[in-house]
Write a protein that binds this ligand. Structure first.
Ligand code: PGA
Length: 257
């Protein structure tokens, strides 16, 4: 990470876990563990139904609340969907877009990811844009081509002054929920490549200000090493973000760097 130019952001992704009551209990426990000094940005991304409880519980703390998805249309006949306006009205600050589980199970494509990025930025939300290759793609040697395509299409039409609000999360699919973490070198190689891709699109000054996270089985045991790399500016954490003490241990690892 490089704190001089960009924010370090540790973000939890709860996926389809926790009820509103469990959200409140998590927040109380997590807030009690918050360090007094030296602080990276902390975001907890929760299921839609938990958003009001999370916003209420984290109000007046340094923890920002995020959602895990949105729909790109403003409003209308889209049964079961949630718009960017609805999230912004609840004081949600971040939204995960294009997580590999959404691409895999819910038909998310590079095109819908781009529309969602625009919808989020349009109401001032910070998109956390997920990119990453499968094991087959890594073995075929197309990782960098795929990452370039995902980053470029996610950011298509995004104005330079808005790119700073975007977070990119590099999440190799083979490392998500598998306990199989990318090595620091593997993660750093792709995160540096993502920055180079943004540099190619927007220039060096803007590229050095964008936060690029690693995600995929990050935990208290491997976080410090992963976060010690220059181009890894934080983490998107699934399993370990469900336990207040584990998420806090990762925050501490980030604070040490
Ligand atoms: P994991 O999930 O930490 O459980 O691997 C990360 C993610 O999917 O964002």
């Amino acid at each position: 990470m490089n704190r001089r130019y960009r924010k370090t952001i540790i973000a939890g992704n709860w996926k389809m876990n926790k009820t509103p009551s469990e959200t409140k209990a998590f927040a109380e426990e997590f807030k009690a563990l918050l360090p007094k000094t030296k602080w990276c940005d902390v975001v907890v991304c929760v299921p839609f139904i938990d958003v009001p409880a999370a916003v209420r519980a984290f109000k007046d703390s340094r923890v920002a609340v995020g959602a895990e998805n949105l729909y790109f249309e403003k409003s209308g006949a889209f049964t079961g969907e949630v718009s960017a306006d609805m999230l912004a009205d609840l004081d949600v600050r971040y939204v995960i877009i294009g997580h590999s589980e959404r691409r895999q199970y819910f038909g998310e494509t590079d095109i819908t990811v781009n529309k969602k990025v625009h919808a989020a930025l349009g109401v001032g939300l910070n998109p956390i844009i997920c990119v990453g290759e499968s094991l087959e793609q890594r073995e075929m040697g197309v990782t960098m081509d795929l990452i370039a395509l995902q980053v470029k299409s996610a950011l298509a039409g995004v104005a330079p002054e808005q790119v700073r609000k975007c977070v990119i999360a590099y999440e190799p699919i083979w490392a998500i929920g598998t306990g199989k973490t990318a090595t620091g070198e593997q993660a750093a190689e792709v995160c540096s490549f993502i920055r180079a891709t943004i540099r190619g699109l927007y220039g060096a000054r803007i590229a050095r200000g964008v936060t690029i996270q690693y995600g995929g089985s990050m935990n208290p045991g491997n976080a410090a090493e992963l976060l010690s790399h220059e181009d890894i500016d934080g983490g998107l954490i699934g399993g370990a973000a469900l336990k207040p003490d584990q998420l806090m241990a990762i925050v501490h690892a980030a604070n040490q760097n």
